[in-house]
Design a protein around this ligand. Structure first.
Ligand SMILES: [Zn+2]
Ligand SMILES: [Zn+2]
Length: 272
C-alpha cells in the first residue's frame, strides 16, 4: 500500500504545525530532567532513559527476545506482540510522555522518536545476529529463539506504519495526535509506507488512564474501524506512545486483521 497524502491531511498537518509552534512559544523550553534551558530533554538526560534490555509477553510477562505473545497467551490476542522501547523508570520517561500528551509539548515527539529509532535499530540488529548465527550452524537454542523471529522483523522494509488514531473530538482538543508524530519519524527514518487516514476511532470514550484493567477492555471495544482497501497480508506496525494492558492496540489489530492484515505489532515508547 502506498502512503496516502490527501490535500485534507496537508491542511490538517499544517494546522497542527502552527498549533505546535504557538504552544512552543508560550511554554518555556527547559529540560524535563534537569531544567536546562533550550531543550525538552537535553543530551545528558536523554542518555538517562535506558532502552528496555529484554522484551516480554505482555500478557504473562514472561521474558523473551522479540516481545511476542507466548502461544497460550496469543489465543486471546489479535496483536502478535508489542515492542516496548524504554525501560520504565517511573520518572523521566513517564514525565516525557505525560508532557507530550497533556502539556501538548509536540517537540517532545522528536526525543521520543529518537528513542524509538535506537530501539528499532537494536531490534533489527538482534534479528540479524540471530540469523547469521543460524547460518553458521544450527544449535538448538538459537534455532528455538529464531523461530520467534517475526516476518515484521525479517522483512522490516515491507511493513506499513499506522499510528493509533485519536477520535476527532480528542484530536481537536489536543491539536495533534502524538502517535502520528512518532509514526512520521519512524516511517521517515526506515522509509516505510505510512497510513494515517484509514484506521478510524469512532467513539470518544473515557481516557484509558482513568480506568482499571477490566474497564479498559470494555472502553475501547468496537471503537475502531478500517476504511481503506483490503490489506492483502501486509504486516503492520501500530505506533503509540504507551501501552498499558494492550487493549487499545489489540482492538486496532482486530480490525486490521479483519481487513486482511498479516502480522500486527505494537511499537511504543514505554509501558505505562
Ligand atoms: Zn537535562
Ligand atoms: Zn505469555
Amino acid at each position: 500500500m502506498k502512503p496516502c497524502f490527501s490535500m485534507k491531511i496537508n491542511i490538517k498537518q499544517n494546522a497542527s504545525k502552527a498549533w505546535l509552534f504557538f504552544l512552543d512559544l508560550i511554554f518555556p523550553i527547559e529540560c524535563l530532567g534537569c531544567g536546562r534551558e533550550g531543550y525538552w530533554l537535553c543530551g545528558d538526560c536523554f542518555k538517562e532513559v535506558k532502552l528496555k534490555p529484554k522484551q516480554y509477553c505482555l500478557h504473562c510477562k514472561k521474558e523473551n527476545d522479540f516481545g511476542q505473545f507466548c502461544p497460550p497467551c496469543q489465543i486471546v490476542y489479535s496483536l502478535n506482540g508489542v515492542w516496548i522501547a524504554a525501560l520504565y523508570d517511573g520518572l523521566l520517561i513517564n514525565q516525557v510522555i505525560k508532557s507530550l500528551k497533556y502539556r501538548f509539548i509536540g517537540g517532545l515527539a522528536d526525543d521520543l522518536s529518537k528513542l524509538l529509532i535506537l530501539f528499532v535499530d537494536r531490534l533489527l540488529e538482534q534479528g540479524k545476529v540471530l540469523r547469521s548465527g543460524l547460518a553458521r550452524g544450527v544449535d538448538w537454542r538459537s534455532f528455538k529463539r529464531a523461530k520467534n523471529l517475526s516476518l515484521a522483523i525479517l522483512n522490516f522494509n515491507d511493513n506499513l506504519v499506522v499510528p493509533v488514531p485519536l477520535s476527532n473530538k480528542r484530536l481537536r482538543w489536543r491539536g495533534f495526535n502524538q502517535a502520528e508524530l512518532l509514526a512520521q519519524k519512524i516511517a521517515g527514518k526506515y522509509e516505510l509506507a505510512q497510513d494515517n487516514n484509514n484506521l478510524i476511532r469512532t467513539k470518544h470514550k473515557k481516557p484509558q488512564a482513568k480506568l482499571d484493567e477490566a474497564h479498559r477492555l470494555e472502553n475501547v471495544k468496537d471503537c475502531f474501524f478500517w476504511q481503506g482497501s483490503h490489506l492483502n497480508k501486509k504486516n503492520i506496525i501500530l505506533i503509540d506512545d504507551v501501552v498499558t494492558t494492550g487493549a487499545t492496540l489489540n482492538e486496532c489489530a482486530k480490525v486490521l486483521k479483519a481487513a486482511g492484515a498479516g502480522e500486527v505489532w505494537g511499537l511504543v515508547a514505554a509501558k505505562g
